[in-house]
Design a binder for this molecule. Structure first.
Ligand SMILES: CC(C)(COP(=O)(O)OP(=O)(O)OC[C@H]1O[C@@H](n2cnc3c(N)ncnc32)[C@H](O)[C@@H]1OP(=O)(O)O)[C@@H](O)C(=O)NCCC(=O)NCCS
Length: 136
C-alpha cells in the first residue's frame, strides 16, 4: 500500500465522502441515503481531517470544535481495506492538535467501543444524549 497523506478542510467531494462512510461500515449508522443531510453535516463541520492514498479518500475525522474548550468528534471512519494501519490514530492526533486545549468528546459506535480506550480515551460515566427535535 502507498503512503498516506493527511489534509485538513471540508472542501471535499460529497459523493466520495459518502462512499468512504459506506466503505468503512460507518455508513450503516449515518444517514448516507439522505444526500442533503450528509451535505449539511460536511458543510457545517468546522474541523475535518482526511487521509488519502493518492487520490483515494481512505479516512475521515469529522468534528465540530470551538478550538478552546471542546471538540465533538462525530464521525471517525477508515476504509475497511485500510484499517489497523494507524490511520484512525493519526486522524485523532491531528484533530486533537488542531483543537488546542479543547477536549475531544464522542460517542463510540458499537464496533468501536473497545477502540477508543486503546487510543487514549477514558470512558465518561456521566454522558447524556438528547435526541434531535423535529421541525413542527
Ligand atoms: C474504528 C476505526 C476508525 C479505527 O481506525 P483504524 O485506522 O483501523 O485504527 P488504528 O489503526 O489507528 O488502530 C489503533 C489501535 O487500535 C486497535 N483497533 C483498531 N480497531 C479496533 C477496534 N474496532 N476495537 C479495538 N481495537 C481496535 C488497533 O489494533 C491498534 O492497536 P495497536 O495500537 O495495539 O496497534 C475503524 O476501524 C473504522 O472506521 N471502523 C468503522 C467505523 C466506526 O465504527 N467508526 C467509529 C465511529 S464512532
Amino acid at each position: 500500500m502507498g503512503a498516506i497523506e493527511y489534509r485538513r478542510g471540508n472542501a471535499l467531494d460529497l459523493e466520495a465522502v459518502i462512499e468512504l462512510y459506506r466503505a468503512s461500515t460507518l455508513g450503516a449508522r449515518r444517514p448516507v441515503e439522505d444526500r442533503e443531510r450528509m451535505g449539511a453535516m460536511l458543510a457545517q463541520a468546522n474541523l475535518v481531517v482526511t487521509a488519502w492514498e493518492g487520490e483515494l479518500l481512505v479516512g475521515v475525522a469529522r468534528s465540530l470544535s470551538d478550538f478552546a474548550y471542546c471538540t465533538y468528534l462525530s464521525d471517525l471512519a477508515v476504509r475497511v481495506s485500510h484499517q489497523r494501519r494507524g490511520i484512525g490514530r493519526e486522524l485523532i492526533r491531528r484533530t486533537r492538535e488542531a483543537g488546542g486545549a479543547a477536549q475531544i468528546i464522542l460517542l463510540a459506535a458499537p464496533r468501536a467501543v473497545d477502540y477508543y480506550p486503546r487510543v487514549g480515551f477514558t470512558r465518561h460515566p456521566a454522558a447524556y444524549v438528547l435526541e434531535g427535535g423535529v421541525s413542527p
